[in-house]
Design a protein around this ligand. Structure first.
Ligand code: SAH
Length: 335
C-alpha cells in the first residue's frame, strides 16, 4: 500500500491529481463549498475555545486540490482576528497536488508552509483538519490460518501479485483478545502509520494546545474484516492489479485512533456521523443563504449538500471525530 501510493516515481499520489469527475474519486470539499466553509468557522470557534493563542497553526493533512482550505480561509474572514493570527501548514507528499494547492491558496492571505510529514510541524498551538487522509495510510493485515494468526503478505504467482500468509505469529497479542478466537480466514487490520500520526499530533497539542478533526469513512468499533479497497475511474478495482494506477484505501478504525489519542493523554469527541455533525454546524442554514444568493445554481447547491448529509450517501458512512487537550470544553458539533 505504501509503495503503490507513495513510490517516488510510480506512486499513485506522486504522479497525478486523482480527484474530481475526471479523476478516480471525489471528496466532500469538491462536492460542496459549504464543507470547507463550515470547517473554517469550526476552526475559528476552536481557536476561541482554546483561549485565542497567537500565533496559531491551521494545519491540513492531505489537502488534495486545496479546495477545503481555500473555502475555510474565505469563511474565516468573518473572524478577522483569527485570520490575522494564523499561519497555514499543509502536510502533503504529492508534488502534483502541492502545485494545485499553491495555485488554489496563493491569494488567500496567510503565509503558507508545506511539510512532507507531521514530524516537522512547528511546536505551537495547532488546529488540524484531516479529511480523507487517514484512509490513505498503509495498514498491516493479519489472517487467521489453521495454525493461528499470521501476517497477510503479498507474493507472486505466474507473473501476477497474489495474497499469501506469513509464518504464524509466535506472539499474537497484537490481535485484540476478544477477536483472537475468530474463525479461519478472518482478517484483522491495524494502521501503525495512523497511530504514529496521532502520537505526533498529540505531542504538539498537549504541549501547545489545539485540536484535531478527523473526517473519514470507517467503523466506530475495531472489528474483523478486510477493508482494503482500490478505486480507479470511480469503479472498484482489484487492489493487486495495476499498483500505482488505482487509489488504495482502508476504512478508518476510529476506535483504534481514539485509543491511541487517549493513551497519548488527549480527550476525544465523537465519532459521530458526518451528516449529524454538519447539520449541527448549520449546513442547512448556509445552504439557504447560498441558494438565495445564487438562485440559478439551486439544484447543484442542494444536490451537493444532500450528498454530504444524506444517511444513504455520505452522511452516515463518513464519521467525524475530534481530539483536544484533556478536559478542554466541547468543540463545536460535539456539544
Ligand atoms: N483532503 C482532500 C484530499 C483527500 S485524498 C480532500 O478531501 O479532497 C488524500 C490526500 O492525502 C492527498 O492530498 C494525498 O496526496 C495525501 N496523502 C496521502 N498519503 C499521504 C502521506 N503519507 N503523507 C502526506 N499526505 C498524504
Amino acid at each position: 500500500m505504501a509503495i503503490a501510493l507513495a513510490h517516488p516515481k510510480h506512486g499513485y499520489y506522486r504522479t497525478r491529481d486523482p480527484l474530481g469527475r475526471a479523476g478516480d474519486f471525489i471528496t466532500a470539499p469538491e462536492i460542496s463549498q459549504t464543507f470547507g466553509e463550515l470547517l473554517g468557522l469550526w476552526s475559528a470557534v476552536v481557536w476561541q475555545t482554546i483561549g485565542l493563542p497567537q500565533p496559531v497553526s491551521l494545519v491540513e493533512l492531505g489537502p488534495g486540490r486545496g479546495t477545503l482550505m481555500k473555502d475555510a480561509l474565505r469563511a474565516a474572514r468573518r473572524v478577522p482576528e483569527f485570520l490575522a493570527a494564523l499561519e497555514v501548514h499543509l502536510v502533503e507528499t504529492s508534488p502534483a497536488l502541492k502545485t494545485l494547492q499553491e495555485g488554489a491558496l496563493r491569494e488567500s492571505g496567510p503565509a503558507l508552509h508545506w511539510h512532507a510529514e507531521v514530524t516537522t510541524l512547528p511546536a505551537r498551538a495547532s488546529i488540524v483538519i484531516a479529511n480523507e487522509f487517514f484512509d490513505a495510510l498503509p495498514v498491516r493485515q493479519f489472517v487467521r490460518t489453521k495454525d493461528g494468526w499470521a501476517e497477510r503478505m503479498i507474493g507472486e504467482k505466474d507473473g501476477a501479485l497474489c495474497w499469501t500468509a506469513g509464518e504464524p505469529l509466535l506472539d499474537d497479542s497484537i490481535i485484540p483478545a476478544d477477536l483472537r478466537g475468530a474463525a479461519e480466514g478472518s482478517i484483522y487490520e491495524i494502521s501503525p502509520a495512523a497511530q504514529g500520526v496521532i502520537e505526533q499530533l498529540a505531542a504538539v497539542i498537549n504541549q501547545n494546545g489545539g485540536g484535531l478533526l478527523i473526517i473519514d469513512y470507517g467503523h466506530v468499533r475495531s472489528a474483523l474484516g478486510d477493508t482494503l479497497q482500490a478505486v480507479k475511474a470511480h469503479q472498484y478495482h482489484d487492489p493487486l492489479k495495476h499498483p500505482g494506477e488505482a487509489d488504495i484505501t482502508c476504512h478508518v478504525d476510529f476506535e483504534a485512533l481514539a485509543s491511541a489519542a487517549r493513551r497519548a493523554g488527549l480527550g476525544v469527541f465523537g465519532p459521530r456521523p458526518q451528516g449529524e455533525f454538519l447539520r449541527a454546524l448549520g449546513i442547512e442554514q448556509r445552504l439557504e443563504t447560498l441558494v438565495a444568493q445564487n438562485p440559478e445554481m439551486e439544484e447543484e447547491l442542494r444536490g451537493g449538500v444532500e450528498r454530504l448529509i444524506d444517511p444513504g450517501q455520505m452522511g452516515r458512512m463518513f464519521k467525524v471525530m475530534a481530539m483536544g487537550k484533556k478536559d478542554v470544553p466541547a468543540f463545536p458539533g460535539f456539544d
